[in-house]
Design a protein around this ligand. Structure first.
Ligand code: EPU
Length: 337
């Protein structure tokens, strides 16, 4: 099942040609339990991959790489106000979203076409076009590599934040997500207030969109703005949108009246990193094979032959420019290994 010098090229969305000391596909929950009993393997540094949609390898990985390939999706139950559905960690996220709509259970459509797997979705609490995973999350099942038990975590225990969760922090490498359970409300209403969605619905003369129409619109916007990792290696947004205090924002807006921002419920303000990078003139600029995407400056791409080091070098010069002009730090969003 495990192979030495395991090629990770197909398991990282930048398409870097890196290897792990040892690695393999995990196709059953019992396979994980078996791995734990091998002392040598269990003590190695470990990384858990789905489709590798949110990871940047800067070198070979001197440890164990587990590619989670658990499959299956099912309707668990329904209550008066919700459908409860479960997807195994290795299912493609987009296929899962599509399947829920086919079952007549809307609620995930704003998250259509996000690359990656169901199991990776809670790790960074994926979000797009006015919806975050946390809003539809019920609980998840995970395998604890320390004590070998299967545990269930609810929404509080996952400690979700903006592109963040316990799986990026305290539980990293320890809890391996097996499946994710969602709560899809029966009283559905369209989440259609994100600017890109509103304008495209208007363009298509749709005033009361169905879930399928939201799905189609989101899919079309993503296809237009975001590069397909199968064609042009990338991990989606490379930076988080920074959040600043109301005071800082007021001073910044006085200097930069066109700045794109989103007011937060706690009076702080989220700034658009993509807009700031774009304003600094970075679109389409490159270092080696690493470049800023032509239609979304928040996305760094591998034009071919790039290395993780080049991508990080590009990220550092972008951060320096944004720091100098806007006085804010951009945090890198994917995991850097
Ligand atoms: N903008 C520019 N130039 C650019 C990029 C953006 O002017 O090069 C402007 C846009 O015109 C728009 C604003 O900035 O006014 C925001 O752009 P967009 O709607 O594309 O969203 P974003 O804030 O850049 C976030 C998420 C994306 C998600 C979109 C849509 C983060 C880090 N990124 O990007 O998520 O798809 O909103 O909801 O929060 C991801 O996490 O990998 C990801 C792609």
């Amino acid at each position: 099942m495990l192979q030495a010098d395991y090629a990770l090229r197909n398991y990282n969305a930048f398409g870097f040609d890196v290897h792990a000391r040892i690695g393999g596909l995990i196709r059953s929950e019992t396979a994980l339990a078996k791995l734990r009993t091998d002392k040598c393997i269990a003590s190695m540094p470990r990384i858990v991959l789905g489709a590798g949609s949110n990871i940047v390898f800067t070198r070979d990985f001197d440890g164990l790489a587990l590619v989670i390939d658990l499959r299956g999706k099912r309707i668990v139950s329904q209550t008066d106000d919700a459908y409860i559905v479960e997807g195994a960690a290795g299912e493609r996220w987009h296929d899962f979203v599509y399947w829920t709509l086919q079952q007549g259970m809307p609620g995930l459509e704003n998250l259509a076409l996000i690359p990656g797997t169901v199991g990776a979705a809670p790790v960074q609490n994926i979000g797009a076009y006015g919806l975050e995973l946390v809003e539809r999350f019920e609980r998840l099942r995970a395998f604890d590599m320390i004590d070998g038990r299967i545990v269930e975590l609810n929404v509080q225990e996952c400690a979700f934040g903006y592109r963040d969760s316990i799986f990026k922090n305290a539980a990293r490498g320890q809890l391996i997500i097996l499946s994710v359970i969602f709560r899809l409300p029966k009283r559905w209403y369209a989440r259609d207030s994100y600017a890109d969605i509103t304008s495209r619905l208007a363009m298509n003369k749709i005033s009361e969109p169905t879930a399928q129409q939201i799905f189609d619109v989101v899919t079309a916007i993503r296809r237009e703005k975001l590069p397909d990792p199968a064609v042009l290696g990338n991990v989606g947004s490379f930076f988080k949108n920074p959040i600043v205090s109301a005071e800082y924002f007021a001073a910044l807006q006085a200097k930069e009246p066109d700045i794109v921002f989103y007011a937060q419920c706690d009076s702080r303000v989220k700034l658009s990193a993509g807009w700031m990078i774009d304003q600094c003139g970075w679109k389409e600029r490159s270092i080696g094979g690493a470049a800023v995407h032509k239609s979304q400056a928040l996305v760094l791409v591998n034009r071919g032959g790039a290395t993780g080091e080049q991508v990080l070098e590009l990220a550092q010069v972008i951060r320096a420019d944004v720091r100098q002009r806007f006085g804010v730090e951009l945090d890198i969003e994917p995991l850097v290994v």
